[in-house]
Design a protein around this ligand. Structure first.
Ligand code: XIL
Length: 317
């Protein structure tokens, strides 16, 4: 594994989201993923709409494939995610369940999924994107029917199902000090104070080269969370070129600098466990579907050639 992106001297892990369609279609995808990274997270197939597609059905076929691959390649696994406003199966959103019924469903689901992977999944994103759930017009059914206590319940049940797993909360647009990250801080602080079994705080890192990310502020922000006594992690990094003329070498250099800063920030914070990228090749990235613009946010191009961002990360590690 001499060519691996991470090195033996690393102090942090480096991971990637795995896209199941790419994984099935493309052996080059598998080869690079198994060689370069030491954490794997399923991009979609461990989410509730896949794992619990019907009231009396659990489905681990695709997630097991990725878990087996990760184990064979010596990668840790991060489970993503248990409770989110999005990608919830229709039987829940259309089910008209009462608060007690939904709590029962949630407990059964968390117990089954975390139990299925007990001892195999080192960390779980237990609650994903709890803030501003109506921002993307997807108000959380969990929050609406259960109330804000759904977060506490989710962490407690996940902890009961696998006491060894590290349990994370995760949020986007909270990398810097701003109004949203202040609310994220208040939320996580209150979880800690109420002794909810949370171990870590995720910052997604969906960034964009056209915005400014002052390095000192990135570090300061993550440090204040780490000072709550929790681990921190960059969980879904990708760096959009947005509408910039993306073929300009200069844009790729800016992107590389920003990737390296994420790595350095994590290295600078002793509670930071690693940086996970939301994919690794521009051939398979969720960004164009999401922004409706072509983009090249990842570290290999769509022909699997390493970009300046790859080199910058390797140098940083
Ligand atoms: C995204 C996937 O990448 C897409 O394929 C899917 O259509 C929607 O979800 N924040 C998260 C991730 O926490 O789970 C999301 O993943 C991206 C935003």
């Amino acid at each position: 594994r001499d060519a691996a992106l991470y090195s033996q001297k690393r102090t942090i892990s480096i991971g990637t989201a795995a896209n199941i369609d790419a994984f099935h279609a493309d052996t080059t995808y598998q080869t690079i993923m198994g060689r370069e990274f030491n954490i794997l997270v399923a991009e979609n197939v461990m989410k509730m709409y896949v794992t619990h597609p019907d009231i009396d059905t659990f489905n681990f076929i695709q997630s097991d494939e990725l878990v087996n691959f990760a184990r064979q390649h010596g990668m840790q696994i991060e489970g993503a995610n248990l409770i989110w406003s999005n990608q919830v199966p229709a039987w829940i959103t259309n089910g008209g369940y009462t608060r007690d019924e939904l709590l029962g469903i949630m407990k059964d689901y968390i117990t089954n999924v975390v139990g299925h992977y007990k001892g195999q999944i080192q960390s779980w994103i237990v609650v994903n994107e709890p803030l501003d759930t109506d921002e993307l017009n997807q108000q959380s059914i969990w929050e609406r029917i259960i109330g804000p206590q759904y977060i506490d319940y989710a962490f407690r049940w996940a902890h009961e199902a696998d006491p060894q797993a590290r349990l994370y909360i995760n949020e986007f647009n909270t990398e810097l000090v701003n109004e949203k990250s202040n609310r994220y801080y208040a939320l996580t602080q209150s979880l800690v104070q109420r002794k909810v079994p949370i171990n870590g705080i995720g910052f997604e890192g969906h960034l964009d080269i056209t915005l400014q990310y002052p390095y000192a502020q990135l570090v300061a922000n993550m440090k204040r969370f780490a000072n709550l006594g929790l681990q921190v992690q960059i969980t879904e990094a990708d760096i959009k070129l947005q509408n910039s003329p993306h073929t300009l070498p200069e844009k790729f250099t800016q992107q590389a600098t920003l990737y390296a800063e994420l790595i350095h920030a994590c290295q600078d914070i002793k509670q930071c466990t690693g940086v996970i990228l939301w994919g690794f090749t521009d051939r398979y990235t969720w960004i164009p579907n999401f922004t409706h613009h072509p983009d090249q946010p990842l570290i290999f191009d769509n022909q699997y050639q390493p970009k300046p961002a790859y080199t910058a990360i390797k140098k940083a590690l």
